[in-house]
Design a protein. Structure first.
Length: 232
């Protein structure tokens, strides 16, 4: 594993403060000397860390006044937004993540129905079989891995590199969310049924049916989240 630089340590420390709301929107960051003392680094290192956060839209630098935390809505880094919202664990963030998945994955499913090779569809089917076997064996880790693979294969089969690149930052957060929701056995059962409908549409080479099936899966995911995890 690559060793983190001192700049990364300062970036991570400040970002943790922001995510934990020890530093909130429009709140001024500590001065360069204060940060230097806290992290035991030079002012040059502090400045580089602030530049990194500024490039992500997480902070803004005002000449003569200092550096300030930006509202999350102004952040430009998807990875940073995901890290912040997933760390809060609130209901709105969980639902917004499903909304984002819905936008990406319904279109990807429609494209995959047209473009996937037979081998790719067979691989998607194998993931569904693995999900079913993991459910029967009560193996949560195997279930989550097969679930993630099922969706990753569909994104790849869409043959749209922009989709796969834009979806990549979601992977870690989705893995954590799947592990949380898939602990509920009935959610696993629903997921297997919804994935079966998506696979059927892929095998039929029906883009509209694939889009509708994936949309139905996202709705079921949202309903299950509300009913069994958020209890709303």
């Amino acid at each position: 594993m690559a060793r983190r630089s001192r700049v990364d340590e300062v970036v991570d420390g400040l970002f943790d403060d922001i995510v934990a709301r020890r530093l909130t929107a429009d709140h001024a960051l500590p001065s360069e000397p204060e940060l230097g003392d806290r992290f035991d680094v030079s002012r040059v290192t502090v400045r580089e860390a602030i530049k990194t956060l500024q490039a992500r839209g997480v902070v803004r630098v005002e000449s003569g006044r200092g550096s300030f935390v930006q509202p999350v809505a102004r952040w430009t880094s998807l990875a940073a937004v995901l890290a912040a919202t997933s760390a809060t664990g609130d209901a709105q963030a969980a639902e917004q993540l499903i909304e984002l998945r819905r936008i990406f994955e319904t279109g990807a499913a429609a494209l995959a129905a047209e473009r996937a090779t037979e081998e790719e569809v067979d691989a998607v089917a194998a993931d569904l079989e693995a999900m079913t076997a993991a459910h029967a064996a009560d193996d949560l880790d195997a279930f989550v891995a097969a679930d993630l693979s099922f969706h990753d294969r569909i994104l790849t089969a869409s043959r749209n590199p922009f989709l796969t690149v834009m979806f990549a930052p979601l992977t870690e957060v989705l893995s954590e969310r799947r592990a949380q929701t898939s602990r509920v056995r009935v959610i696993q059962q629903h997921a297997i049924a919804e994935h079966s409908r998506v696979l059927e549409a892929l095998r039929a080479r029906d883009p509209e049916a694939a889009r509708i099936a994936m949309d139905g899966h996202m709705q079921q995911t949202l309903d299950d989240l509300r009913a069994h995890v958020l209890h709303v």
